[in-house]
Design a binder for this molecule. Structure first.
Ligand SMILES: Cc1ncc(COP(=O)(O)O)c(C=O)c1O
Length: 459
């Protein structure tokens, strides 16, 4: 073995034994000789430490909008670090935090009135949940403590966010939640109806209404949804569903939290899905493409309705006793600001709308494969459902195992993907700067992978 391959083996071993990879089993990684260790990226491409090239089909866990290797952001970060590397926003403010908050209010739905920064997506959701509880407390309804989410939803891993986990296939709230339970799940309709072709994973407004009635409307604080239902098999309910949820919240005095941690920032074809679907939520939770992942940052946008309640109550209770040391980090804010400028300057929302159509047609061209079930989504946020039922999984034993096999095979073929709820849907969310030829390359790799999967299923 050469010195270089010894070094690589050593690094991969350390990746298993020193680094704890979320949602991964160390023994599985070890069996594969360690995880792929990525060295650098450019545009939609990533290279591992052995020089192998991969197409980043999930945009670095859905964050990467403007593409890897953009030096503009490096320069902004360097400049800001030289000037002021860190300052909390507990009692002070920094220029980047003020400017970013102002910009976010400019580009978001018109009812948004204030921005609360957090280090990431889970914490942005946590902020919205606490604010929702306090809003009702201040209005004299402290008993409103239930939050309803959609079956198969994923809203993060902190204790509050975990409550809004609609039994997402890869999480274990059964171990962690214990008594800390306020989340309720609106279950999807029986198989054969509802959103998403396999139609088992998602609830629409009708199921939310049913859940509200079951709990009692005066006990419900909020409804939280990703309007595209990304984690719930990219089920992609129509705009009317989100609009009906807004009406349901208004009817019973509940708050609507739009979690656009994945779908926000141009990926849907508009800056936010709330604008695409013409809905004004009470909270908008954001992270990921807010900075294209160049710095960790999250934000909760808060509506005027909520701010008014805080402004008009007694000072003893209207302070929000919540905050993160690294919320509003000046370097992260400066980088996010530049990222938004690039999104706007390069027209990446319009581009996502146009390229998304092309991408969808490419995915539908895979319909000749026996493992193909459905392709769906909005803009550059797409779900490819494969295999479907366990009965079709042949020697794999389950549809989920077949898709896990394919995910690894696609990686070997040079495409990074992600399987989401219920383990049979591939989430495809490449960087928004992707070119047509690169979409063609992505489809070509999928075509090869599906061909192999079909053969394996046929046994
Ligand atoms: C819709 C949604 N909300 C919240 C989160 C949690 O964000 P984070 O991983 O930054 O904590 C995620 C993460 O994927 C998400 O998809």
């Amino acid at each position: 073995m050469s010195t270089l391959s010894l070094e690589i083996t050593d690094l991969k071993q350390k990746a298993v034994h020193a680094l704890w990879l979320p949602f991964s089993r160390a023994s599985d990684l070890e069996a594969e000789g360690g995880p792929v260790v990525i060295d650098h990226g450019k545009g939609v491409w990533l290279w591992d430490i052995q020089g192998k090239r991969y197409l980043d089909g999930v945009g670095a866990l859905e964050a990467m909008a403007i593409g890897h290797g953009r030096t503009e952001l490096v320069e902004v970060a360097t400049r800001q670090m030289r000037k002021l590397a860190f300052l909390d926003v507990f009692r002070y403010a920094s220029q980047p935090a003020i400017e970013l908050a102002d910009t976010l209010l400019d580009i978001s739905p018109p009812n948004m009135a204030r921005v609360f920064f957090a280090p990431g997506g889970s914490e942005a959701v946590e902020t919205a949940l606490k604010l929702a509880f306090q809003y009702h407390y201040l209005r004299g309804e402290p008993q409103r403590r239930k939050v309803i989410c959609r079956q198969g939803a994923y809203h993060g891993v902190t204790f509050g966010a975990m409550n809004c986990d609609g039994r997402y296939h890869a999480t274990r709230t059964d171990i962690y939640l214990g008594d800390v339970r306020f989340g309720e799940i609106a279950m999807g309709p029986a198989k054969g109806a509802g959103w998403g072709k396999s139609a088992r994973h998602t609830a629409g407004a009708a199921e939310f209404r049913q859940k509200v009635m079951e709990i009692g409307p005066d006990r419900v604080a909020a409804i939280i949804v990703d309007p595209v239902a990304t984690a719930s098999a990219v089920a992609t309910p129509p705009a009317s569903d989100f609009q009906e949820l807004r009406a349901l919240c208004d009817e019973f005095g509940m708050l609507l939290i739009a979690d656009e941690v994945i779908a926000g920032f141009a990926r849907s074809g508009r800056m936010f899905v709330s604008q695409l679907y013409d809905v004004q939520p009470d909270f908008l939770t954001l992270s990921k493409a807010l900075s294209s992942g160049y710095m960790p940052i999250g934000a909760t946008l808060v509506s005027q309705k909520v701010i008014d309640v805080f402004n008009n109550t007694h000072p003893a209770d209207n302070i929000f006793t919540h905050g993160h040391t690294y919320g509003g980090h000046p370097v992260a804010c400066a980088v996010a600001l530049e990222n938004i400028r690039i999104l706007e300057r390069e027209g990446l929302a319009d581009r996502a709308a146009q390229m998304g159509e092309y991408f969808q047609r490419g995915l539908e061209s895979l319909g000749n494969h026996t493992s193909y079930v459905d392709a769906r989504g909005v803009g550059m946020l797409r779900g490819l459902e494969l295999v479907g039922d366990d009965e079709r999984a042949g020697a794999f034993g389950s549809a989920r195992a077949a898709c896990l096999w394919l995910r690894k095979r696609l990686r070997d073929l040079g495409l990074i993907t992600l399987t989401i709820h219920p383990g049979t849907v591939f989430l495809l969310a490449p960087p928004l700067i992707i070119e047509r030829a690169e979409i063609d390359a992505l489809i070509e790799i999928l075509d090869r992978g599906l061909h192999e999967l079909d053969q394996a299923l046929a046994g």
